[in-house]
Design a protein around this ligand. Structure first.
Ligand code: ADP
Ligand code: MG
Length: 339
């Protein structure tokens, strides 16, 4: 994975509200590598939301439009392994020389560098060297820089020199467009009601969406059946049952919003209305239970509240539980959505 995969392009990257900033910043960088103020360009977001696709699309675009630019894509894991080997083999100089002569360095999943001090030291030097020469640096991470624990402050502060853009979970319209693009590229056609059904049912990330379509096609050809909503339901049932799904804070907020008929914006708002406060507190309570996010970042997902608010919410729910059995019942119902 030191190489670009030509299948990732801007053409087959669907743009939506969820990724607009990252995509347009990426495209600007692709057109004028090293010359925009987006240097470094840091794109972050959860798994399967298109980070690798975008970063590779930038690299491919540059390869195809500039004759003389050396583009290097590397995962942080690979970078680390190469670094360790170079120490072992006494070839550290070759290693750094190699990276210092590129025009564009795309380094994927930098959260992986966390806690790896020596690797970070070397990356720091490569980064400085390239940046001083006006070379383009692109990075991705599964979380925002401020939550990158175990990364040196001097690196984090450099990440902020350029632009940080996030990739979010695709909204309904974007999911529809992604499914349409995917089935079109497979050369098949599916009725709109099936597409809509899938877009409604699968709302976690693009990788999962693609997985469902692949399974659906496999299912259709194995059973020689038409792809219809019924088949889509079967396929989804099989997939969901075979997989222990990780519960994310987004899922929790969606379930709570559905359950209490409030909006996710309500949950993140400053509203002190009882109809909103209780669901919000329950959501934080469940976020603590199901995710291993630090309280600080749970608060961040609820409209930028601080960690003491999260603690307070959890305490309130615990108190309420002592007062009435309703709360425990509600929690049980909510938990059943996460099984
Ligand atoms: P990440 O690196 O963030 O985990 P990937 O870039 O590997 O995610 O994306 C997972 C899959 O979803 C890939 O096959 C990718 O092509 C596809 N994908 C993600 N976002 C989009 C998008 N906006 N349009 C089209 N395909 C996408
Ligand atoms: Mg990736």
């Amino acid at each position: 994975d030191t190489y670009l995969n030509p299948n990732y392009s801007f053409d087959n990257f669907i743009e939506g509200d969820c990724n607009r900033l990252a995509r347009s910043a990426g495209f600007a960088v692709a057109q004028r590598p090293g010359l925009t103020s987006f240097n470094p360009l840091m794109m972050y977001g959860g798994v399967g939301l298109g980070k690798t696709h975008l970063v590779q699309a930038i690299g491919n675009y540059i390869m195809n439009h500039f004759d003389n630019k050396l583009v290097l894509y590397v995962s942080s894991e690979k970078f680390t392994n190469q670094f360790i080997n170079s120490i072992k083999n006494n070839t550290l100089q070759d290693f750094t020389d190699f990276y210092m002569k590129v025009d564009v360095l795309a380094i994927d999943d930098v959260q992986f560098l966390s806690g790896k001090e020596k690797t970070q030291d070397t990356f720091f030097h490569i980064f400085n060297h390239l940046h001083q020469l006006g070379k383009q640096i692109i990075m991705t991470s599964d979380r925002p820089p401020r939550e990158l624990q175990g990364l040196q402050d001097r690196l984090l502060s450099r990440f902020k020199w350029g632009l940080t853009a996030d990739l979010q979970t695709p909204d309904f319209e974007t999911r529809i467009a992604i499914i349409q693009k995917k089935i079109q590229s497979e050369g098949i056609s599916i009725d709109y009601d099936v597409i809509e059904y899938i877009a409604h049912s699968v709302n976690s990330n693009v990788r999962e969406l693609e997985g469902v379509i692949v399974s659906l096609m496999a299912q259709a050809s194995l059973t020689r059946r038409e792809i219809d909503v019924e088949l889509a339901k079967n396929t989804l049932r099989n997939i969901v049952m075979n997989e222990d799904k990780e519960v994310t804070i987004d899922t929790i907020q969606e379930v709570i919003a559905d359950f209490f008929q409030v909006t996710i914006a309500d949950l993140k708002s400053k509203s002190r209305k009882k109809e909103v406060v209780y669901p919000r507190q329950l959501a934080m309570f469940l976020a603590k239970e199901y995710t291993d996010l630090p309280l600080k970042s749970i608060g961040y997902h609820f409209g930028g509240r601080d960690h003491s608010t999260v603690i307070h919410s959890i305490q309130s729910i615990n108190l309420l539980m002592g007062e009435t059995p309703d709360v425990e019942e509600t929690l049980q119902k909510l938990r059943s959505y996460f099984k």
